[in-house]
Ligand binder design. Structure first.
Ligand SMILES: Cc1cc2nc3c(=O)[nH]c(=O)nc-3n(C[C@H](O)[C@H](O)[C@H](O)COP(=O)(O)OP(=O)(O)OC[C@H]3O[C@@H](n4cnc5c(N)ncnc54)[C@H](O)[C@@H]3O)c2cc1C
Length: 339
């Protein structure tokens, strides 16, 4: 089924709560529908944008073109051994529904990614991550349709160039392929990943450590730390954590001995952008209707009626402060649309 809406408000399709309009908004529910749309694409207003749940987008202006949204649903076991299960999931499924489904079935691997907003298609584009896990760790393959030719193409995990919050779909092939299905490989044997953040401390509140309690613990931590987009518009972490050459990090450490960090490898160190933003005094500050969240400095929020441009002005001011104080460039994780 294909549904079209002209001059469509995107307000309910972006968690920042920015009120812009798409010239044409199209929802489709199968690969065949998508291919038929693409075969007559010259009849549609261009450019094209494909969105999921709009939880990592910042609309800067009305979108003068066509916005697509996938309604491809379904979670299907396509193979299974004693060790693992492969599940093929439609791009239009809500990501956290899939995590809940894995936890209910006692399949290991997705639980640390509980409550990340958005849809399954974008999980592969964004290489979502949290609490020491990235979705690339459980992705087996990604099925797509090419925008230009309408042909199907399947990318094995190793073809997706996954790295921190990046994939080939966000970089080299940006805008060229639409994700239709993602196949995940989940373990059937106990495999917990509890080393990151304060998961272990949160788990002390439960009698047992199992998939259900890990999911509950992560949801509880996230609910305290992150603003609910339904109450205060936001797109989660606005900036990526910078990965610095070790020599640059060692220099910084001389001035800031308490600087938090995670070793990426021998040569590179990841530094939390939130710590630097906080040290620049931005936590809780406002610029117009845009603000830096008062509990998590990595999150920019819409304090009510903010425009995309106001959020960008704030993000630029924050970037400049961090550069001036620490000599470090920080870059947005959020996708700017229509700048
Ligand atoms: C409160 C909050 C907390 C968050 N926490 C985290 C977190 O812990 N970890 C994390 O990694 N992220 C986090 N995020 C960011 C966000 O949830 C993820 O980036 C998510 O994957 C975005 O999914 P979406 O469906 O909303 O995609 P959208 O924001 O709609 O789109 C994101 C990108 O994917 C592309 N895209 C979407 N669907 C398709 C498709 N089918 N085919 C091709 N391209 C497509 C879009 O063009 C765009 O470039 C958070 C966001 C919020 C609001």
């Amino acid at each position: 089924m294909i549904t079209r809406y002209n001059h469509y408000s995107m307000l309910s399709h972006n968690t920042f709560g920015i009120d812009v309009e798409a010239e044409l908004f199209i929802e489709y529910s199968s690969v065949e529908d998508l291919q038929s749309l693409l075969s007559s694409k010259e009849l549609l207003p261009q450019p094209f944008l494909h969105i999921g749940g709009g939880s990592n987008l910042l609309f800067v202006s009305d979108y003068k073109g066509t916005i697509f949204h996938s309604g491809i649903k379904g979670m299907e076991i396509i193979s299974e051994t004693e060790e693992y299960v492969m599940v093929r999931v439609g791009a239009g499924e809500v990501w956290d529904d899939f995590v809940a489904y894995c936890v209910d079935n006692e399949w290991y691997g997705a639980e640390n990614l509980s409550l990340i907003p958005g849809e399954v298609g974008a999980s592969a584009v964004q290489n979502i991550g949290a609490y020491g896990v990235e979705v690339k760790d459980i992705i087996e393959r990604v099925e797509t349709v090419a925008v230009e030719s309408g042909k199907e193409r399947t990318f094995a995990n190793e073809d997706c160039s996954f790295s921190y919050r990046q994939s080939i779909f966000k970089k080299e092939l940006k805008g060229q392929y639409i994700v239709t299905y993602v196949t995940y490989k989940l373990d059937k044997h106990t495999r917990f990943n509890l080393e990151y953040g304060n998961i272990k401390t949160e788990l002390e509140k439960f009698d047992e450590v199992n998939l259900k309690t890990i999911r509950q613990a992560i949801i509880a931590i996230r609910e305290v730390k992150l603003p609910d987009p339904k109450i205060e518009g936001n797109a989660g972490s606005f900036f990526m954590n910078p990965i610095l050459p070790r020599a640059q990090f060692e220099l910084l450490k001389q001035t800031y001995p308490d600087i938090p960090h995670y070793d990426v490898d021998e040569d590179r160190v990841k530094v939390p952008a939130a710590w630097m933003i906080d040290r620049c005094g931005w936590k809780g500050r406002l610029l117009g209707n845009a603000g830096v969240h008062d509990k998590q400095a990595l999150v920019l929020v819409n304090k009510g009626g903010a425009t995309g441009r106001e959020i960008i002005a704030l993000s630029k001011a924050v970037q400049l402060s961090v550069k001036e104080k620490f000599g470090v460039d920080i870059y947005p994780e959020v996708n700017f649309i229509g700048e």
